[in-house]
Structures are given as structure tokens and as C-alpha cells.
Design a protein around this ligand. Sequence first.
Ligand code: GN1
Ligand code: MG
Length: 362
Amino acid sequence: MYERLKSVGEAFRLPGKFYAYDTVKNGNINSTYKVTYRSDDGKLKSYVVQKINTNVFRNPEDIMENIDRVTTHMREHYPNEVTLHFHHTAEGKNYLYDNDGSFWRVMNYVDSITFDVCDDPAVISATGEAFGRFQNQLSDFDGSVLHETIPNFHNTHKRLDTLFDDVAENKLGRNGDAAEEIEFISSVRYQAGILSDRYANGTFPVRVTHNDTKSNNVLFDRITKRPIVVIDLDTVMPGMSVYDFGDAVRFICNTAAEDEPDVRRVYFDTSKFRAFCHGYLGAVRNSITKDESDNLVLGAFSITIELASRFLDDYLTGDTYFKVNYPGHNLVRTRCQLALARDIMRKKEELKWIVEETLANE
Ligand code: GN1
Ligand code: MG
């Protein structure tokens, strides 16, 4: 990897001498490295180098065009905020195809911390604030100029259809391992698809959304613990804000990791939900519609079922989409997400009440 990263750095004309690199183990799709260069006066400067998974992102140049448009918009409209800075090759491109056809990009490293698991209500609220502000910053951005980097990415109805087609095919004979999970998803299939159906038939607000609002996609200042910038703009596309909200709480309010094997440890933490709502609703209170706020909890439930069905589909079809660390990893992820979805369902009324109360007090 050393040689490859070095030659990518050369193509992007990174100044100084290649000094060190680290693999960043974050993300289930792309491969990420932190590389450090040393200048003649001994100063160190780091960059984030990423190899895009072109099996998932079929037209990676489109992602880079989207990111360029979105970050340019943010830089122009919010000049005091930190935006992501991507480097260019001698040909003036913000990406590189190397000799074996891999697709690379390079951005400045921002010294920061991220939270995979977080118990501090202030940080949880700040995460909500960061995603809420991100939503606001893109509220006057024309989404029609963006490429749909993964078509129907959060079309839950289609995702569920795909799952059940693959269940019917049972090509690897793995259905038996997941009989209970298939049964449960089938019992909530209609409910989980309501919002994406409304979106598809034009009766739910279209926003420009992030589409991958895990808390570790917000960089925080190490000392002040204030959010610096939202990262991972690969899936910025038109979508539903309630799914961005839902995906964020799915991740941050889980009492365990996203792939916790012991589902008895998996709960949806209502205090964390309260903290997240405080930050998020505070940031979007002037732009959120009643239809949206009424559907935040359904958004959380639907996206959790959607992700469970994506993990399960990947398991049933041979683990070709998400990186897996061991056989059965995708089934473990599925079970964890379903345990969480069940708990959201159980706590639905309480969660709705928290949303209403927070909105009333903001
Ligand atoms: C993938 O690789 P990462 O962590 O950015 C996936 C998301 C899932 C997430 C679950 C392009 O995101 O949709 O919610 O894993 N991204 C893509 O951890 O499919
Ligand atoms: Mg992502």
C-alpha cells in the first residue's frame, strides 16, 4: 500500500516527503488512509486519501462533481464555516484513476475527533445540531443539478422488493439462517415503505440530504467538543430530511454498536433521543414542516428496517456489498438493526411525545 499511496500523492502533487500512513478503519464501503508529509523545515501535514469502491459507486466522477458543487455552495454562502478541501491533479481533476483502474481522491486532513459510540448528551445534541445545520445550509441549493450517485438509495419500498426477490430465489440456500428475520421484515413491510412511497409520488417534501448521517460523519474539535464539519458527502442527493434524522438517531441512540452480536444489549435510548432532538430541532425549527416533524419517528423506524434489509440481502446474496469482518457479519448486523427497530416501535408514542415537547420548547 505504501508504494500505491506514494504514487497517488505524487499525482495530486502533495508537497514535501512522504512520511507515514495509517489505515482509517471507518466505513463499510470505501478504503480510507491518513497520509502524512514532511516539508523541508520539518513540519508535518496530513491528508485523507480514499479509494472509492466503484462496485458501489458506479460513476465515481459524478460523486466528485456533486461534492464540488455542494462544497462550493457552502463555501460561498457560509464563508466562516469549515468546508472540505479536495486536491487536484496536474490535469485539474479532483480524482485520479490509477494504473489498475482504481479511483482515488485526496482531501486535507482536519485535526479532530469522531464518536462511534457516545454517551455525552452535549455531544449528542451537538451532532443533531451539526446535521440540522447541514440540512439548512443546503435548503437553498438546487438539488436538480446533482447526480443520483446511487439510484433509489433510500427507496425503502424498492429495497424491500429486492430483498424479497432474493429471498424467493434463495440462491445460496441461506434463507434458513434468517427465517425469523425474514418473517419480521415481511410483517412490517408496508409500514416501513409508507414514507418512501409518499416521496416517490410527490406528496412528501423533497430536500437535499446527506443520506449517511452516522455520528462518525461529524468531525468534532478535540478540546471544545464542538462540531467542525460534516463529512462523507458521497451520497448527498435529493431525499427526505426525516430519513437523515432517522439514520442519525438509528446510529447514535443505539445502546450498542451497529453490529452488536448480543441483541439483548441493543436498545433505543430515549434520553439520547431527547438530546439529539434538542440539537437537531433547534437548528431546523424554521424550515421543518409539520408533515416532516410528525414523521420523524416513522423515518427512524423505516430507515432502520431499510438498513436491516440491505444487510440481510447482502448476506443472502453472498456478502458482496458491505465489507464483512467474519462470516455471518451481515446477519449479525441485520439482527442488531431489527432489535433496534422493534424497540423504536415499542417506544413510538414516547418518542413522538419527545419530538412534540422539544419543538414546543425550542
Ligand atoms: C455504509 O461506508 P459507510 O459507513 O459510509 C452505507 C450506508 C449505511 C452504512 C451502515 C454508500 O456507509 O448506507 O447506512 O454503511 N453506505 C453506502 O453502517 O451504501
Ligand atoms: Mg458513507
